[in-house]
Every structure is written in C-alpha cells, then in structure tokens.
Ligand binder design. Structure first.
Ligand code: ZN
Ligand code: ZN
Length: 229
C-alpha cells in the first residue's frame, strides 16, 4: 500500500510514521489509539490474503434480511456482509460493471445468480443491488435487473482491493439519494441531468456528509470512507 494516511482517523501522515497492522499489513495507523479504535471493524477482514483471494461483499436479498435476528443496525448495513472470494469467482468474468460507480471513480462489479445464470427459482428482491446497477444517463437499471429478482449478489472492487462495508454502504446511499433527489424530479425542479451529479468530485463530498450523519445517528463504529481508492 502506498497511500500515506491513517486507516482509522484518515489523517495524512508521513508514510514513515505509520505502522502497519501486523496481522494483515493491508492497513496502517498513526497511533495505538487509532488501531484499537478500528479493531472492532478491522478484525473481520484482518488476515493475510493469498494471492488469489479478494475481499468482496455479499449483498443480501430481502428474504435473507427477513431471516436475520433483530438488530439495532439499519437494514442497509445488515444486508452488507464481508465475503472472501477467489479471483476465479464468476463476478470477475460474468459480473456487470456498475456504470455509475465507474463514472465516479470507484468501479464495482456485481454478480447475481438470477440475472447472470438465469437461476430464478428462489429469486428474491434486492433493491440495493438494482440501485447499484443504474445507468448514469437516466437512473434506470437494465430490464433484466428490474424484471428478474436478483436475489443475493456479490460485489467487488474492479481493482481487487478490499471492498469495505462502509464503502459499500456509502455507494448505495449515494445511489439512493440520486434516485430520490435527482432522477425522481422532473427537470422543472431545476436539477441538472443525473449524470452531471455522478462525478469524482461529487461522491467524496457525499460520503463525507454521510459519515458525519452516521456519527450523529450514534453509529460510532461507522468509519470514514473518504479515501476508498
Ligand atoms: Zn489515526
Ligand atoms: Zn490487519
């Protein structure tokens, strides 16, 4: 990793003063305090990956969400699970590039058994997955994503870096905001076309605010994703 900022507080640091996590060496911290504060989140992903392994996200469908035990976490967070994948997983060959994420500089691939393999028997609604798949031009997902219930989906970063739950949630929240506040309004309300909001500048602004909002809601463990790249 060449980036020189603390994974926990995200402050810029001289690379030489940051200490790597000895468990995985993929994250770096400015202090012991930052490391221990981040541990609750990081422990889920702290392991030495083999060269063919990638941290992705399993995005649970509505049926799986309904089967989970009660929790104070918001539903969107409960739907986002870490999953360790091999680089030969179908998401890398058959998955769709989410075009909006590509446009704002955080390209994600998404794969659904229902959409990509035609396994529709157990199909269940997965609105977060459909939102991730929207086209920047008009905010619509392709017909197969809307017509076939995608059931659970696998999401990875195209660059194969670890996809964190916080980054996944912020991406979904950005798309949900676009769907309600941008694509949902006719032009006379003064919004420019949706694709003008999907930029490398807009997304970081959005997720800074999203992070602050989550802290105000009492989600102290929700970590900033200022610098997902
Ligand atoms: Zn720090
Ligand atoms: Zn670690």
């Amino acid at each position: 990793m060449s980036a020189s900022f603390c994974t926990s507080c995200q402050m810029d640091e001289d690379a030489s003063t940051l200490k790597s996590c000895s468990g995985c060496s993929t994250v770096r911290y400015c202090s012991k305090e930052c490391q221990s504060e981040h541990w609750k989140i990081h422990k889920l992903m702290c392991r030495q990956l083999k060269p063919d392994e990638v941290w992705g996200i399993k995005l649970l469908c509505k049926r799986e969400l309904a089967a989970l035990p009660p929790s104070p976490e918001p539903d969107i967070a409960r739907r986002i699970k870490h999953i360790l994948l091999k680089k030969n997983h179908a998401v890398f060959t058959k998955g769709d590039l989410c075009p909006a994420t590509q446009a704002y500089g955080f390209p994600l691939l998404i794969f659904s058994d229902g959409v990509h393999l035609g396994r529709q028997g157990k199909g269940s609604e997965n609105q977060p997955a459909v939102y991730l798949r929207i086209e920047p031009e008009d905010g619509f997902a392709p017909p197969n994503w809307q017509m076939l219930d995608p059931d659970d989906c696998i999401v990875v970063r195209r660059d194969c870096k670890p996809l964190t739950r916080e980054a996944m949630e912020a991406c979904y929240a950005f798309h949900a905001m676009l769907m309600s506040d941008v694509y949902g309004y006719p032009e006379e309300h003064g919004w420019p076309p949706g694709k003008e909001h999907i930029t490398r500048a807009a997304f970081p602004l959005f997720y800074r605010k999203y992070y602050r909002d989550q802290h105000e809601l009492g989600r102290k463990q929700f970590k900033p994703v200022y610098r997902p790249l």
